[in-house]
Write a protein that binds this ligand. Sequence first.
Ligand code: GLN
Length: 331
Amino acid sequence: MVQGSVNLNTERGKEWLQDYVDNWVNFYQKQTDEGKVASYIPSLEHADPNALGISIIGKNGTIIRSGDTNVEFSIQSISKVLSFIVACMERGLTYVLQRVDVEPTGESFNSIMHLEINQPKKPFNPLVNSGAITVSSLLEGRTSDQKLEPLYQLLEKILGHRPEIDVDVYVSERDTSMRNRAIGYYLLEEGYLESDLSITLETYFKHCSLNVTLDDLAMIGLVLSNDGVHPNTDETLIPKQIARVAKSLMLTCGMYDASGKFASYVGIPAKSGVSGGILAVVPPRVRNQNLPFLEGCGIGVFGPALDKQGNSTAGIKLLRHIANQWDLSLF
Ligand code: GLN
């Protein structure tokens, strides 16, 4: 165990945590070669495959940053958690869950096959492309900008700044994403979409292209860990029930077809994106020991070299290591 006799809430304790995380980031950075940067969205291909960084923000204000922390990257699939939350806040949880299921697929995130086999007929969950595209169609508003305004406002309240779209990434995905268009047409044919297909896809591509930093991801994670309440302002930004379902979905479906392994070996709600980001949520936990972040924390990880499932190779290893050493798992 990491803590020894150091009181983790003192300056010395924080230095100790920092050294600890630095060591392991250095260690796993050497393993980034095992993965490959996503190239099916051409603009993602420029990322540094050897980058690895982490930011951890605790409810008590402790911040640990390590590795490549000065990077901005597009949020990609992690935004699916946010679009789901906003759709539920606008339309109600029941309404949204009548249209999108909450079951893991066991298939890749952009699978079409699973759409044809799910009964009752609806996309498996809001964290795979078919579910997220359906959710984009449920967001209120006629244009993609109108649909996304409440999501931008939610992020502005969480982060303290308004997120911006990476236009290169947006255009790159919009102009190449035949697979998402195919999914979109299938959803249209089946009557799942509540908005025009082109507006729906534009909305989806835009929220995937939002630029974030590691601190941004950690702050989103912290608000979710705190049941939707911003720890600095005490404002409820997300109703608790919606935050709860979002976290359950992250735990069961957030890491694509590696979600079961991640839940078993890491044990915390998380959502990854193909740009290499991972958003992880550590809820408050009761442990009889001097362990870091017992009041809960949010974690952002960035490592663009991906494994076969599309998750950050080194990022998962780093999270797994820290979660095991700090006993972060829910169970
Ligand atoms: N925008 C990406 C896509 O639709 C998001 C996928 C991901 O991050 N897994 O393909």
